[in-house]
Design a protein around this ligand. Sequence first.
Ligand code: CAA
Length: 292
Amino acid sequence: MHNQHINSIAIIGAGTMGNGIAHVCALSGFPVRLMDRSIEQLKIARQMIEKNLKRMAQKQRITPDQVHSTLARIQSYTDIKQAIVDVDIIVEVVPEQISVKKAVWNEIEQEIDPKRLKQTIFATNTSSISISALAQELIFPENMIGMHFFNPVPVMSLVEIILGEKTSEKTFKTVERLTSNLGKTPIRVHDFPGFVSNRILMPMINEAIYALYEGVAEKEAIDQVMTLGMAHPMGPLRLADFIGLDVCLNIMKVLHKGFQDDKYSPCPLLIEMVDEGHLGNKTGHGFYTYTV
Ligand code: CAA
């Protein structure tokens, strides 16, 4: 099965994941067209990419020249039509709501040069949304695939590649090769709720929250059990704060609904914290406190 050559990449959405993906694509030599409707968000993304590249240069992982050449490969756009001109793959990284993602893909289908529609790969970065559901209304559902990156993208080596019901083998092979060219390891999985990563990670985090809720131990103790006893780089409660408690709750709801099994019921403490707006690092309050 042949794969297709990727020359340029559009990334739709310049939040934490979007800027991380732009960083690795550009550092690997690909011209990147980064799009967000907010100019402010694009500015923040560029600053983050520059900061993270400089951090890598300071640690002598890359040269100062690579910092400049990487930044020069990233063009910013606020218009979707301009951002997707002549690209081979579009990586969509907008918020985790199926209605938002569907609206973006509809717009892309309307705005893309019709001659390129059949050959362009549509990749969605998602932690929990079904690829088959997202591809349902597309003209070429065989071109859609999930590319689940992990935060911080420049550091984490996994990309979970999710095949929807209609994803073609050619699309998979192309994305598999692209992922390897980005210096990441592609792992092929099928379209089940939570895929593999979050089917395993989120129940563990939820269980850690239950342990806190039921008074089994203090938060620091729960985290230390997992960092010292299981060599996890972060304890599950600190990791929940890092991911975002709203994101964790949303994924637990996807698992609960998808499998219709109460073993995936979100812990009441998680629900309460999200209701109170304590979402972790991004709001300054979660299981721990942070400076925002
Ligand atoms: N860009 C570039 N480099 C970065 C970086 C970034 N954004 N963040 C950290 N680094 C580098 C540092 O420079 C450092 O490099 P060296 O090894 O060369 O020194 C290295 O990463 C480690 O960073 P620090 O020393 O600052 O801090 P640390 O050792 O505490 O590690 C961490 C920080 C990498 C975040 C580590 O704690 C970790 O791996 N945590 C777990 C993260 C995780 O599980 N992520 C997945 C979350 S789930 C998800 O994303 C998807 C989902 O669907 C929910």
